[in-house]
Write a protein that binds this ligand. Structure first.
Ligand code: BES
Ligand code: MN
Ligand code: ZN
Length: 493
């Protein structure tokens, strides 16, 4: 599919589908839309008058146009209230237009939507992202593609001629999101620690990043006892991935991004019981997938920032050499951990990854992890939990998330709750009481970062997967995190 910026006037565009946006309670059609309505013999006015279409955000309807017309279908997309219009509204509107065009078997589509704050580049990027992300398909595991209807082949963003650079940016970012979605959607017999390392190798060679893969022996030398404790039961070798993007010249900032990389989480000997969703636990590398997706995007966008992409990848399995509940592990910073629950494995792998990142001398570290069911209970499927002691970093991430439309919400790091992790034998246990489970998880992670680097943790257990179609996401893996991370890396601070 090709997306282009075009200055062809609305009334002169010819092709299969023409998508226009209408605000909620748009009483009057003006300008080109009024002329279009005349051409359509008042069909748009009729839709509004008969209350078939109210302009609610996310709603859409299509008007069949006579065979004499230069367009086959007019797709009307709701934009909600004009005063609430933001980038995400436009991204979602473009997604609705693209999905509707596909259903209507349109091969060519023009999208005519308002330009936000006169910012053509930002608008073009958001629209292109919406189209790309909405039309994503994954046929890798079908013997034959199920959907044989025609594909949308060409999309013209009207009024946005000359915005090729912004569209290219959207395509590069989308390629990172697609990689993350593919990695998350693929089952655990397809995406393994070995194939994750291969993916990192591919990114490094495609986009000129440096790559270091630490094998088990290397991790042993670094005393990564927490990561290796989790990895012990698996028949597959653990892989500690470290990709580095270095700009030409002196970097403006040095950053590290860490992703939880459990290619499967059975729970270990505290095996996941009935109703715990064990069959969905291929998604437990969603943080690592977003990290690799961001690496792929950053490798193409080439900002003047140094970024380290890190993931300690393994599976949490059961076997004769599985860690026992109650085992005491020593992490690479020397801290000891009593593993009172082998299903709280993510924080063990992250502990050694955080210690590793901290030694790189970066300005800030962000980790993304499908860490706790408790966070999904707190915030639901669509919103990630943000935990950080650093207000400035919280603000940076909230801004990046506002632009991406990936929702995050800050939760408190209530120090008092660390009492729940007190161990009689070791420095700490790996789990505390059920209540406040996502907070104690964050407090556990904090033990492995020094105060010198700004650090934030995003619990993405909910939003890495969308059960149903939701805007440009779902059904399936969302690639959550990639776009917020990219915005954060690109942001001027
Ligand atoms: N990978 C899970 C968390 C998870 C749950 C991700 C649901 C996605 C959806 C994590 O390793 C885990 O098992 N966490 C436990 C922690 C508990 C043992 C303290 C949980 O959330 O139940
Ligand atoms: Mn677990
Ligand atoms: Zn897990």
């Amino acid at each position: 599919m090709e997306i282009r910026g075009s200055n062809t006037p609305l009334l002169e565009w010819t092709g299969d589908g023409l998508a226009i946006g209408l605000f909620e309670d748009a009483v009057e059609l003006t300008g080109e839309l009024a002329t279009l309505d005349e051409k359509l013999a008042g069909s748009i006015k009729e839709l509004i008058a008969e209350e078939e279409f109210k302009g609610k955000q996310g709603s859409s309807t299509s008007i069949r146009v006579g065979s004499h017309s230069p367009v086959r279908k007019v797709i009307v997309v709701g934009l909600g209230k004009p005063e609430a219009l933001k980038l995400e509204t436009l991204r979602r509107a473009a997604a609705v237009a693209a999905r509707t065009a596909k259903k209507q078997r349109c091969k060519t589509l023009a999208i005519h939507l308002p330009i936000l704050n006169d910012d053509q580049a930002q608008t073009a990027q958001a629209l292109a992202e919406g189209v790309q992300l909405a039309l994503y398909q994954d046929n890798r595991f079908k013997s034959e593609p199920e959907d044989k209807s025609p594909q949308v082949e060409q999309v013209d963003l009207l009024g946005l001629g000359g915005q090729e650079a912004a569209i290219t940016r959207a395509n590069q970012i989308a390629s990172g999101v697609f990689l993350a979605r593919q990695l998350v959607a693929a089952p655990a017999n397809s995406v393994t620690p070995i194939t994750m390392a291969e993916t990192a190798t591919q990114i490094a060679s495609d986009h000129g990043l440096q790559l270091e893969i630490l094998e088990q022996e290397d991790c042993e030398k670094l005393n990564m006892g927490a990561f290796l404790g989790v990895a012990k039961a698996s028949d597959l070798p653990p892989k500690f991935i470290h990709l580095t993007y270095k700009p030409e010249g002196t970097p403006r900032r040095k950053l590290a991004i860490i992703g939880k990389g459990l290619t499967f989480d059975s729970g270990g000997l505290n095996i996941k019981g009935a109703g715990s969703g064990i069959e969905t636990m291929k998604i437990d590398m969603g943080g690592a997938a977003a990290t690799l997706g961001a690496a792929k995007a950053i490798g193409q966008l080439k900002p003047d920032v140094e970024v380290h992409f890190i993931s300690a990848v393994t599976e949490n399995m059961i076997s004769g050499h599985a860690m026992h509940p109650g085992d005491i592990l020593t992490a690479s910073n020397g801290k000891t951990i009593e593993v009172n629950n082998t299903d709280a494995e993510g924080r063990l792998t992250l502990a050694d990854a955080l210690v590793f990142a901290d030694k790189l001398g970066v300005d800030a570290i962000i980790d993304l992890a499908t860490l706790t069911g408790a966070c999904v209970v707190a915030l639901g499927e669509d919103i990630a939990g943000l935990f950080t002691p650093d207000d400035a970093l919280a603000t940076q991430l909230e801004k990046a998330s506002e632009i991406s439309g990936e929702k995050i919400w800050r939760l408190p790091m209530e120090e008092k709750y660390f009492e729940g992790l007190k161990s009689g034998l070791a420095d700490m246990k790996n789990t505390g009481p059920r209540a406040g489970g996502s907070i104690t998880a964050a407090l556990f992670l904090k033990q492995f970062v020094k105060d010198t680097a700004a650090w934030a943790h995003l619990d993405v257990a909910g939003p890495v997967w969308a059960e149903k179609e939701n805007g440009y996401n779902g059904p399936g893996a969302t690639g959550f995190g990639v776009r917020t991370l990219v915005n954060w890396v690109l942001s001027e601070v």
